[in-house]
Design a protein around this ligand. Structure first.
Ligand code: ATP
Ligand code: MG
Length: 469
């Protein structure tokens, strides 16, 4: 019985310094639907690719000037996803495996190349390339509809964020993501990772504000057994855990100042030394960092410059209120899945109220309001009755001008202890942002750490003042 193979057509770039080998490979493909071009080394291949839109690259690994290994490395660096078949001579199997494993070459072929295997592999590589293109096309369609992964928005501001993400994702450049609390900085970081050639590698996040200062360095760089009291076992740090992937340094502005130069050194050398360790370990990690603009000023200048090679400023929700309806729709779909609710949408009056509200807590606050409302409503549409009561304040500058007589506010009278005023002011701000400490710190222009320490002092004083405490 004859088996009929699907004829696949495509453009093949063959890279080999031996002219005879090139000619032989081209001859094997005669009669197939392939358009072929040849280059005699990596350098020439890169030049050809500027004009020749190849579907597959077939590259000899050992060549003068620029070898196949270096060619694949350069292509990977540029975020180029053309599947490559590495051709290896006798004795370079290790290199071939490393090309497949480290440089994500599609596969390898041993010399002498067997025509049948060659054609079969080419067909598979082209089909793979086509499926990548289809996936990219779907992504583009989605982003035209205002969706990139989990990020939603059709406003010009969000479109700009989408295109910045697409521009920077294929590279390995560090990115500093700035924006108020709850604007979607972490979502942007995850999307950069998901659109990058490192997408199959790990995404490791570390939040400097959530760790005691004494632990930040061992979390980042790891430690050897006995490096400090309590270091019972050796442990790999975030840099090592993120090998081959992305490390997300959240709240980078809260990174202890003494740690910042050490972090900078790792970013420059791409080598880490565990605490108490002697050996330097090379790491292949892409760094993304996030900060609220205010907290960014706590960064040392050198580190700031290193991280902000590329900056993405995520807009506040009040700057793209036109995105509230589509964002709400996607959030509600996710909440339905999470809670088993059957919410179809949001009433027009509610959307109207949403448009007039200022959203100091940004998309996270919108999500929280919708989550509570969805649980209350259970099904149907979210109405005014499902919103927190009293309905949230809709005055446009409510958070900059606390109303006098507001519970928790202190009248400005001369001669009161500063500490008392400070305490009242912190409380007032915290109430306004419904306990979101990070947002409160941002509004007060202090670091989260400072806010937390002020709160614990207040708590201790209150405890001391309580009889029997
Ligand atoms: N454009 C968006 N579309 C859909 N959901 C969004 C969008 N932006 C943010 N969100 C949602 O809002 C919430 C907050 O987002 P995220 O955690 O990324 O914010 P953040 O800027 O990192 O906040 P913080 O500074 O408080 O850490 C998440 O539930 C996220 O899924
Ligand atoms: Mg965050």
């Amino acid at each position: 019985m004859m088996s009929r193979q699907l004829a696949v057509s495509g453009r093949i770039l063959i890279v080999d310094d031996e002219e005879r080998q090139c000619t032989a490979l081209v001859a094997m493909l005669s009669g197939c639907n392939f358009e072929t071009q040849v280059a005699s080394d990596g350098q020439e291949a890169l030049e050809r690719l500027a004009a020749f839109n190849a579907d597959v690259i077939v590259a000899d690994l050992v060549m003068p000037r620029m070898d196949g290994f270096e060619l694949l490395r350069r292509l990977q660096e540029r975020g180029n996803h053309i599947p490559a078949i590495a051709v290896t001579g006798f004795g370079s199997m290790e290199k071939a495996l490393s090309a497949v494993h480290d440089l994500k070459a599609f596969w390898f072929l041993e010399k002498p190349v067997e025509p049948h295997a060659f054609k079969a592999l080419l067909e598979r590589a082209i089909r793979y390339k086509r499926s990548l293109q289809r996936a990219e096309g779907l992504q583009r369609d989605l982003s035209l509809r205002g969706i990139l992964g989990n990020l939603v928005g059709t406003s010009p501001g969000m479109h700009q964020i989408f295109s910045l993400i697409r521009q920077v994702a294929p590279t390995s450049a560090p990115v500093l993501i700035c924006g108020e609390s709850g604007t979607g900085k972490e979502l942007v970081a995850r999307e950069i990772h998901a659109c990058s050639p490192r997408r199959d590698g790990p995404f490791v996040a570390i939040n400097a504000a959530a760790l005691p200062e004494t632990l930040v360095e061992s979390e980042l760089f790891g430690h050897e057994k006995g490096a400090f009291t309590g270091a019972m076992e050796r442990s790999a740090g975030c840099f090592e855990q993120a090998e081959g992937g992305t490390l997300f340094l959240d709240e980078i502005g809260e990174m202890p100042r003494a740690t910042q130069p050490k972090l900078l050194r790792v970013l420059e050398d791409l080598r880490v030394r565990r605490l108490g360790g002697k050996r330097e370990i090379p790491v292949d990690v892409r760094i993304l960092a996030a900060t609220s603009q205010a907290a960014g000023t706590h960064l040392r200048e050198e580190l700031y410059y290193r991280l902000s090679v590329f900056q993405i400023v995520v807009p506040t929700l009040r700057e793209h209120k036109e995105d509230i309806p589509p964002i709400s729709e996607v959030i509600l779909q996710n909440l339905n899945k999470k809670h088993g609710t059957r919410i179809a949408g949001v009433d027009a009056e509610v959307l109207d109220l949403f448009q007039r509200y200022d959203w100091p807590g940004n998309v996270r606050e919108l999500r929280n309001v919708l989550e509570r409302a969805a649980i209350m409503a259970g099904e149907g549409s979210i109405g005014l009755a499902n919103l927190p009561s009293p309905a949230f304040s809709v005055s446009s500058d409510s958070h900059t001008r606390p109303s006098p007589g507001h519970e928790g506010s202190t009248l400005l009278l001369p001669g009161q202890p500063l500490a008392k005023l400070e305490e009242a002011y912190i409380k007032l701000t915290l109430e306004h942002v419904r306990g979101n400490r990070k947002l409160a710190a941002e509004m007060l222009g202090i670091s989260l750490r400072t806010l937390q320490s002020r709160l614990s002092i207040q708590r201790e004083e209150a405890d001391a003042a309580t009889p029997g405490a």
